[in-house]
Write a protein that binds this ligand. Structure first.
Ligand SMILES: C[S@@+](CC[C@H](N)C(=O)[O-])C[C@H]1O[C@@H](n2cnc3c(N)ncnc32)[C@H](O)[C@@H]1O
Length: 237
């Protein structure tokens, strides 16, 4: 799907509003929120990191993943660079890092996924988890993945999660609504094929799929979003 500039700005603004509101209302300790638990898939990958590991978390949010990874790396002098474009995400993350006593291990930087300019051959793990679909159209995501590939050291990993085939329903009536506000809404099969081909020559450690459902409240009504989450980890040869 082609986007004109105005549609693109509106889609990005809608996503920013959603996250700002969500991070205002929920913290890493809010029961039942998606911030409450780190993801097992990510933590399994993080447990393989060695001494002095350097991780970049692109679209880190308030630190659901970055903080437990920093805790894991603390005894081994590892570090996590955390990038997000929302000031509230970074300030919440700094507070969570302080509470978890990992401020030394975490660096935060305001950055847009579209302009991360990651240096090549630098990171032991490049993490980009649930950040793509709202911000960048599919064809640009493929170019960004190339940047993440370059940014990984030899033996370093790319650990990615995409929401695909996203659909939106009116929660009360069940009727399906327009979901075109998601810029990078891949078809699941297309994304899996792209990952397989882009990461040819890498050790494709794991690919997993999960069904997800989320309720998003607006002032007067609620949407139910469904998606197939594609979880992917690969190591650079
Ligand atoms: C669904 S949250 C995921 C947060 C974190 N990765 C996790 O799994 O807990 C998406 C995050 O990406 C951030 N984000 C979305 N678009 C972005 C962009 N263009 N540049 C930087 N951050 C972005 C949002 O602010 C939000 O914190």
């Amino acid at each position: 799907m082609k986007w004109n500039q105005e549609e693109r700005i509106l889609a990005i603004e809608a996503d920013r509003r959603y996250h700002e509101r969500y991070f205002c209302e929920n913290s890493l300790s809010t029961p039942g929120s998606w911030l409450e638990q780190p993801d097992d898939f990510v933590m399994r990958q993080a447990r393989s990191l060695g001494p002095g590991a350097y991780v970049v978390d692109v679209g880190c949010g308030p630190g659901r993943l970055a903080v437990p990874i920093a805790q894991l790396l603390k005894p081994f002098q590892g570090r996590v660079l955390c990038l997000d474009y929302l000031p509230i995400a970074l300030s919440r993350l700094q507070q969570a890092a302080h509470d978890a006593e990992v401020t030394e291990q975490i660096e935060t930087r305001a950055a847009d996924v579209a302009n991360t300019c990651l240096p090549p051959e630098t990171y032991d793990m490049c993490l980009a988890w649930s950040v793509w679909e709202a911000t960048i159209p599919c064809h640009e995501i493929v170019a960004k993945m190339k940047e993440l590939q370059d940014a990984a050291k030899r033996g370093g990993r790319n650990v990615l999660m995409f929401n695909t085939d996203m659909r939106r329903f009116d929660a009360a009536s069940g009727s399906e609504l327009d979901a075109s506000s998601k810029l990078g809404n891949f078809k699941t099969a297309d994304l899996v094929a792209s990952l397989r081909s882009l990461y040819e020559g890498w050790l494709q450690i794991r690919i997993e799929m999960r069904q997800d459902e989320e309720f998003v409240r607006h002032d007067e009504r609620e949407d139910r979003w469904t998606a197939t989450q594609v979880l992917f980890a690969a190591a650079k040869p």
